[in-house]
Design a protein around this ligand. Structure first.
Ligand SMILES: Cc1cc2nc3c(=O)[nH]c(=O)nc-3n(C[C@H](O)[C@H](O)[C@H](O)COP(=O)(O)OP(=O)(O)OC[C@H]3O[C@@H](n4cnc5c(N)ncnc54)[C@H](O)[C@@H]3O)c2cc1C
Length: 401
């Protein structure tokens, strides 16, 4: 019987691509960096593991992309070095990005507190960035999972079917939030591989989970929201708070979560600038009925009733009312946790800014290696600041590579 020859299959030759600049990640920071570098005549390649560019931009701002904030300034960013972001933010401002948006005729509007959103859809922003990249001659390789990155005379990157080489490598792989959208730890792993320090990553702009007792007392009110001031030990935010099925969310809570550490308390002023008990003091019949109507004038009815039922004073003396007034402005809770990366809008922490030039985002230890966007230890407040950091850090590197 004739045998069948089983031998090594002929190997498919591996494609080799040479560039001046390779960028890992076609997200917000990577795309802007690529366009800037391409415009300066650099041959730029972007390697992206997803099947399309800018997926997170597409889901951002509820599908309308809050692409910047006209009031964005260094105070809106959290970092172990609060000065680091200043230079890049000053050299690529919200006005620069707005000029780009206007050049492409994209309609937008200010929603609140300086937050700019697309009128139509976030895809206006991804299409704009992709067009800028195409016009600048940038090549984007999608569906390209990265297997290995090493540095010989230049950086060498292997994907499944190809080898990429360039003297400059820009890491723009983002943070760990929303793993089901394909977030990976590659940026942090590469920083470690090249000996760069990392500030521990943690979920930020993320809802809180309450403990069983608080949950039982309040979470059946899921959907109720109120404007409050929420504070940790050193930061406070006055915006809406929303009760959820497992805890608390809404802009004020998301903002404060970026500063919160496990085990810490938060304080909530449920009635900012209101003297809630004045109406009870002034009423002849001081009792739970007058108290309820006083609270319901300021807070949503169900929350007012519940909170008061759980904090009803033992009597209605002036002293007890003063105590009740103090409590309504200092409602103290200790969340047991956050909802984690599954629900976090961003990742705080990341590549230690002491490792990078604040002007160019280049590693001080490894010339030619740059980190931009969310993978760096710079985290914006809610309201368009995270994209502003992605654009500003992307531009800083794109103009330097
Ligand atoms: C639901 C949601 C809504 C948001 N809304 C807003 C908003 O309205 N305004 C705002 O300012 N910010 C918003 N953010 C935050 C904002 O999206 C990010 O801060 C911003 O996208 C960070 O840009 P980046 O380029 O650093 O990372 P990303 O935009 O996350 O891009 C990283 C890219 O790298 C790719 N990548 C990752 N790992 C690999 C790998 N191993 N190999 C190859 N490619 C890889 C990813 O697929 C991705 O394309 C939102 C975030 C979320 C999750």
């Amino acid at each position: 019987m004739g045998g069948v020859e089983v031998g090594p299959w002929p190997q498919k030759p591996m494609a080799i691509h040479n560039f001046d600049v390779l960028i890992l990640g076609a997200g917000a920071a990577g795309l802007l960096c690529a366009a800037e570098a391409g415009k300066r005549g650099r041959r730029v390649g972007i390697i992206e593991r997803a099947d399309r560019a800018g997926k997170k931009i597409l889901i951002s701002g509820g599908g309308r992309c809050n692409f910047t904030n006209i009031h964005s300034q260094p105070d809106n960013f959290i970092s172990s070095n609060p000065h680091f972001a200043k230079s890049a933010l000053a050299r690529y401002t919200p006005a620069d990005f707005i000029a780009l948006v206007e050049k492409h005729g994209i309609p937008y509007h200010e929603k609140t507190l300086g937050q700019l959103f697309c009128d139509r859809s976030a895809s206006d922003i991804t299409e704009m960035l992709e067009l800028e990249c195409r016009n600048a001659g940038v090549r984007t390789f999608l569906n390209s999972g990265i297997r290995e990155v090493r540095r010989d005379a230049e950086f060498v990157i292997h994907t499944e079917g190809a080898e990429f080489r360039a003297p400059v490598l820009v890491v723009a792989t983002g943070g760990l939030s929303i793993p089901k959208m394909g977030a990976t730890a590659l940026g942090y792993d590469l920083a470690r591989q090249f000996g760069l320090r990392i500030q521990e990553a943690r979920p930020a702009l993320v809802p809180f989970v309450l403990g069983p007792k608080d949950r039982k007392q309040y979470c059946d009110l899921a959907g109720v929201s109120a404007e409050v001031v929420v504070a940790t030990d050193n930061q406070s935010f006055r915006e809406k708070m929303l009760i959820t099925h497992r805890g608390l969310s809404g802009p004020s809570i998301l903002q404060v979560s970026s500063y919160w550490k496990k085990g810490e308390r938060i304080k909530i002023d449920l009635a900012p600038e209101h003297d809630v008990t004045a109406a009870i003091r002034d009423d002849k019949a001081r009792n739970i009925v007058t108290a309820r109507s006083a609270f319901q004038r300021i807070l949503p009815k169900r929350l007012a009733t519940r909170w008061l039922d759980l904090h009803e004073p033992s009597d209605w003396t002036n002293h007890s009312l003063e105590e009740l007034e103090r409590e309504v402005h200092n409602w103290t809770l200790t969340p047991v946790d956050t909802e984690g990366y599954e629900k976090a809008e961003v990742t705080a922490g990341g590549v230690d800014t002491d490792e990078l030039s604040s002007k160019t985002m280049e590693s001080r230890k490894v010339p030619g290696l740059f980190f931009i966007g969310e993978v760096v230890d710079v985290t914006g407040h809610l309201g368009g600041h995270n994209f502003q950091w992605a654009w500003a850090s992307g531009a800083a590197a794109g103009r330097a590579v």
